[in-house]
Design a protein around this ligand. Structure first.
Ligand SMILES: Cc1cc2nc3c(=O)[nH]c(=O)nc-3n(C[C@H](O)[C@H](O)[C@H](O)COP(=O)(O)OP(=O)(O)OC[C@H]3O[C@@H](n4cnc5c(N)ncnc54)[C@H](O)[C@@H]3O)c2cc1C
Length: 435
């Protein structure tokens, strides 16, 4: 091949790459500007109350170091020469943007100016204002698997040092919540020879179980007492789940699943932990509940059928099915938009009010587009009356209607874990956009 032809081919390849990159970049910028407009429109309604970056627009020089440092996709972007959060709700608080910023224009904060976040007041050992009750992991405000694991380990060591002991039927500790914090706490207690029980409302694994398939998880070294140190910087979601299964199997983790703890009450020197009619006495209680809380239910007949779920991990399994999403907030709308792309046989959105008034501008526009194209049917002013194997019954002002149905997704909010903390009498401190 002549050198001229080679030069032409290389030039053409470079041009194709350049145009491709420009197109991707243009699309990214268009999306970033749309979301930035939403943030401006809805103000701090779009910001998470969990830990997230606060960007000082005056100090920012638009270096892009924060964008490159963020391990998650499209959380932060340079818009009009300044860093902006373009998908604030996807921020999980890695904090790498803050360390990468060359001009210290980023701080990590809890809560927002309008919506405070109440965090439990804890000692350096993670003990709350109620003696013998500890809070570890994301519930205490500090997210990430490594932080949660480390806090669990330290709380277990503090309990092992303390004079509060179980005797007879009273355990040394009940740990509530089977995520990374609860697992590490229980391992720490077992390694110290304590009698402990881990109680989980669902299955072992915590928030990790709800990550998208094959998500790359940034962990860092995890020190797990009695099991060993896991020296991996990144793991796939499935590898992490396998790790938890291996821990459970090899350490004989004392675990009770399917128990949603609804109260913790003082009992002499110790505590009674209750989940419905189940109860257990312990000298110490470690709350490792995370911040997701429990999804709110509709309380209608048929809600316990296997086809009913409260979140969508992957839209693909819904393809070719009759699906109804229930709810009128941004979470329900995001869910119905994702399902519309999957190609359902029919897809409805049932909401009890007459207007989808709580949606962000860009989400509202996307829902309107899908409705106009016939991929989503809106059932406004409707309430689910009953769910059957093949149909859903809606109550509407015009009377009852029956929709063919294979899957129902309920997205009507959830109950915050703070209620349990308040019931125990733990002091909470409100943060409004503060570190
Ligand atoms: C999509 C996504 C991606 C993420 N990616 C990463 C990442 O790459 N790297 C990283 O370090 N972190 C990541 N995180 C954050 C990380 O998952 C959390 O910080 C971590 O799981 C917190 O651990 P935890 O044990 O405190 O709480 P959780 O993992 O939330 O576990 C709490 C457990 O408590 C249970 N529970 C709650 N209430 C009760 C009750 N009343 N009774 C009984 N059980 C109860 C819950 O069912 C749950 O299993 C991500 C989070 C999300 C949502």
């Amino acid at each position: 091949m002549s050198s001229t032809l080679l030069a032409i081919l290389l030039g053409a390849a470079a041009l194709v790459l350049f145009i491709g990159w420009e197109l991707i970049d243009h699309r990214r910028h268009r999306r970033a500007r749309a979301v930035a407009a939403d943030v401006a429109e809805l103000g701090d309604d779009l910001l998470p109350t969990s830990i997230h970056p606060l960007i000082d627009a005056h100090a920012c020089i638009g270096s892009g170091a924060c964008v490159r440092a963020c391990p998650e996709d499209d959380v932060i972007a340079i818009v009009h020469g300044r860093a902006e959060l373009i998908n604030p709700l996807a921020c999980i608080g890695h904090g790498r943007c803050m360390t990468a910023c060359p001009v210290q224009a980023i701080t990590l904060v809890f809560g927002t100016a309008a919506r405070g976040l109440e965090l439990p007041a804890v000692s350096t050992d993670f003990e709350t204002t109620r003696a013998g009750v500890y809070v570890v992991g994301e519930l205490g405000g500090m997210g990430l698997i490594r932080n949660a694991t480390e806090q669990g380990r330290q709380a277990a060591a503090a309990i092992a040092r303390s004079s509060r002991r179980g005797a007879g039927d009273t355990l040394d500790a009940v740990v509530v919540g089977g995520g990374p914090a609860g697992i590490a706490t229980t391992l720490g207690l077992m390694a110290a020879g304590k009698r402990a029980l881990l109680v989980e409302q669902g299955e072992l694994g915590g928030a990790i179980r709800h990550y998208p398939r094959a998500k790359v998880v940034m962990t860092g070294n995890l020190e797990l007492p009695g099991y060993g140190t896991v020296r991996k910087k990144t793991l796939a979601k499935e590898e992490l789940e396998a790790l938890f299964r291996d821990i459970q199997h090899r350490t004989q983790l004392p675990l009770e699943t399917g128990l949603r703890v609804d109260s913790v009450v003082a009992d002499g020197d110790g505590w009674i932990v209750r989940a419905g009619s189940w109860e257990c006495r312990a000298a110490n209680v470690v709350l490792a509940l995370g911040r997701r809380g429990a999804p709110r239910t509709l309380g209608v007949p048929g809600e316990d059928l296997a086809k009913v779920s409260y979140r969508v991990l992957e839209p693909e399994p819904f393809a070719g099915k009759h699906v109804l999403v229930v709810g009128g907030g941004n979470a329900a709308a995001d869910c119905v938009i994702a399902l519309a792309a999957a190609g359902c046989k029919s897809l409805g959105l049932s909401y009890r009010r007459g207007e989808l008034a709580r949606l962000r501008g860009s989400v509202r526009a996307a829902v309107d587009r899908e409705v106009a194209d016939g991929r989503i049917t809106l059932h406004l002013r409707s309430e689910v009356e009953a769910i059957d194997e093949d149909v859903v019954v809606l109550r509407t002002p015009e009377g009852r209607i029956e929709l063919p149905n294979d899957q129902v997704v309920i997205q009507v909010g959830g109950t915050a874990p703070d209620e349990l903390l308040r019931g125990i009498g733990i002091e909470l401190i409100e943060k409004r956009g503060e570190a």
